[in-house]
Design a protein around this ligand. Structure first.
Ligand code: PLP
Length: 449
């Protein structure tokens, strides 16, 4: 079959995984690290076009994961391919840590225009989300001359040693690595349906409880505010279960940071770059971070992570932080084109199609007792599976079964948190694609309960 972006429905023509896929999976088991957190279903990708992903056996899947929220412009968007190709013909690498090229200031300037931090800002270029977070941590320590951080349970900021000190969405990320490299204290993320605090009934009371814990417990005991370099927060907690922060939560964090000279570090590695229907999820909350981390969707699949901060904060000395490949011209060419496409309609599409998808999922919540919550912004939506609405007991096995049933029917979705399915499709998704995806999801739930 010749793939086209106009394809209407998935095409599954072999058993899954097929013969060629099984060969690759066997070779992978022999030669590739077993540490990757792959799901139960096994997709062996060969080609991507638009919202479709084709495996090595010619099966075509509707991709509602986008390589874990990365391929924001869809797979192999022709304008991205053209931008990358053109750049590879002129300059692939010259190491921005030691030399200059126009791409770095061009993307820095563009970010200065669009991030929700008052200009002037400066940008440090890296290759991944974790590296963007490492930059933020070092910068906050350097600028404040302090060493402690506050992070949230359920958070994911990467697996390098500094970022890992913040990360706390799963035991597997921590097991075997002994003590934290950094002095980080974790507090509950304000998720009202899973709050450890008494008297939490809604998002607002969950937010108040966490803020109260920080100010009246942490600051008065283990973590004096004058020793805290930064509070690191995901505006929509990603790997922890696709949970948007309550409306006032970021304002309160901003207030605390202002009162104590603490850096507010916002990690929009997953929620940024148009995914939530605004360029940055922070824009829904009306605050300005001091430091922001971006990666994933910014490069349409090429490895780039950036840390943007107020210029007066990014005031470190020459040699304090740098990366050989960070801000590679090819990755930046892709990022600039990605931002252009996001500004020219894809962010708006994420908002409109995201609402449409969320409405469809909410109907399923009414239909199925095993759906305990549907939440999200734009095309960043979580569906939480429970034993019943009455008990709200998490149902991780059912979640995994549904994920597999979707795969077998040609729909790629991926779990996050203990019992949630995330929807993080390419931002080019259409309402027609949503209809197809929802029909498969419905069938998969029906077949799994
Ligand atoms: C919010 C957030 N921060 C940081 C990271 C780490 O990014 P990377 O895997 O590119 O290191 C992730 C990855 O899922 C993320 O979701």
């Amino acid at each position: 079959m010749t793939p086209t972006t106009e394809l209407q429905k998935p095409v599954i023509k072999t058993e899954l995984p097929g013969a060629k896929a099984r060969e690759i999976i066997a070779a992978d088991a022999q030669f590739v690290t077993p540490s990757y957190p792959r799901p139960d279903y096994k997709l062996v990708a060969e080609k991507g076009y638009g919202v479709w992903i084709e495996d090595v056996d010619g099966n075509v899947f509707l991709d509602c994961n986008a390589g874990v929220a990365v391929c924001s412009t869809g797979h192999c968007h022709p304008e991205i391919v053209e931008a990358i190709t053109k750049q590879t013909e002129t300059l692939i690498h010259m190491c921005g840590t030691d030399y200059y090229y126009r791409h770095m200031p061009a993307l820095g300037k563009k970010l200065d225009e669009i991030v929700p931090i008052k200009s002037p800002t400066k940008t440090h270029f890296a290759n991944s989300g974790a590296e963007a977070v490492e930059t933020a941590l070092k910068l906050a320590m350097y600028h404040t001359k302090r060493q402690k951080f506050i992070s949230f349970f359920g958070s994911f900021h990467g697996r390098t040693m500094g970022a890992l000190s913040l990360t706390s969405s799963k035991k597997a990320q921590r097991s075997g690595f002994a003590r934290q490299a950094l002095d980080v204290v974790h507090v509950p993320y304000p998720n009202h349906i899973r709050s450890p605090f008494k008297d939490v009934t809604d998002a607002e009371s969950a937010s108040k409880a966490t803020i109260d814990w920080i100010e009246n417990r942490l600051f008065q005991t283990t973590t004096p505010p004058e020793e805290v370099a930064g509070i690191v927060v995901e505006v929509v907690q990603g790997e922890g279960g696709y949970i948007p922060a309550p409306p006032n939560f970021l304002k309160e964090l901003r207030r605390i940071c202002d009162e104590h000279g603490i850096m507010l570090i916002v990690d929009e590695v997953q929620s940024g770059m148009g995914r939530t229907g605004k360029m940055f999820a922070t824009e829904y909350y009306g605050i300005e971070p001091d430091i922001m981390c971006l990666a994933k969707g910014i490069g349409s699949g090429l490895p780039i992570g950036v840390c943007v901060a107020r210029a007066d904060i990014m005031d470190w000395h020459k040699g304090a932080h740098a990366s050989t490949f960070g801000g590679n011209p090819v990755c930046i060419a892709s990022a600039l084109k990605t931002i252009e496409l996001l500004e020219n309609g894809l962010t708006e599409n994420a908002r409109v199609v995201g609402d449409y998808l969320q409405n469809g999922l909410r109907e399923f919540m009414r239909k199925y007792d095993c759906i305990g919550d549907v939440r999200g912004l734009g095309l960043m939506i979580g569906v939480e599976f429970v034993e019943s609405k009455e008990t709200m007991k998490p149902a991780p096995e059912l979640r995994d079964k549904i994920e597999m049933a979707c795969f077998n029917r040609g729909l790629i979705i991926l779990g996050c948190g203990a019992n949630t399915i995330r929807w993080s499709p390419p931002l080019i998704l259409t309402q027609g694609n949503v209809d197809v995806a929802l029909a498969i999801f419905d069938e998969a739930i029906e077949a799994s309960i």
